[in-house]
Design a binder for this molecule. Sequence first.
Ligand code: ATP
Ligand code: MG
Length: 209
Amino acid sequence: MKLGVMGGTFDPVHYGHLVVAEGVRYEYRLDKVIFVPAGRPPHKADRPMSGPEHRLTITALAIASNPYFEVSDLEIKRPGLSYTYDTIRELQSLYRPEVVYFITGADAVLELLSWHRIRELLAMCRFIAATRPGYNLENLTVKLKLLPASLVERIVPVEVPALAISSSDIRRRVSEGRPIKYLLPEGVEEYVLSTGLYRQGLHQETSFC
Ligand code: ATP
Ligand code: MG
C-alpha cells in the first residue's frame, strides 16, 4: 500500500489543499490520502486556532466526495505538541504501508530544516513539495544543500495547478464580510458561515483551552 499524508491546520480547509492532495494521489498512484488536522503545531503555537472539532468537521466535509481521501483525528487526540515524526510513526504502525508520502506545499517544505527529528522523518517517508503561488522552489534547493544528499533525494517537487488560496485569506475575507464562495467546498462554506467562525476577525475558540 502507498499512503499519502496531508498535514495542515485546515483552518479552514480549501481547494488549494484538495487540488494538491488529488494531484499527488494521481501522480504517485496512492491508495489513500489521509488528511491529518494538526493538534498543536509547534511552529504555530503563538497564534490562535479554531477548535479542533471545527477543523476536524470541516475537513471531513471537504473530503467526503473523494473515495481515496480520509481524515484522521490522531494529532488532535494526542496530548502535547504535534510532531509530524510521531504522526508518521503512528500511521505506519496502523496501516503498515510500503511507502509513505508526506504531502506539503512549497512554503511548508522551505521550513523543513527546523522540523523535529527531520533526518529521521526524511528516512521514514518521502516528502512531496507541491508548487504554491508566491513560493519559490529554487529557494528550497538552496536550503536543502545543508542536508546530506541522501536525504535531499527524499524530497520531490511536484507541479500542481496553481491556486492562490490560503486559509489566512479566507479568514480575513469572512471577518470583512467578503465572499469566500468558490474558494472552498460548499459544505465547508456553509459550516463556516452558519457557525460564525472567523467572523470576529480573531478566532472565538482556540485549541489550547
Ligand atoms: P494558513 O494561511 O493559515 O497558514 P494555509 O492555506 O497555508 O493556511 P495550511 O493548513 O497551513 O493552509 O496548509 C497545509 C498544507 O497545505 C501546507 O503544506 C501548505 O503548504 C499546503 N497548502 C495550502 N494551501 C495551498 C495552496 N494554495 N497550494 C499549494 N499548497 C497549499
Ligand atoms: Mg499555512
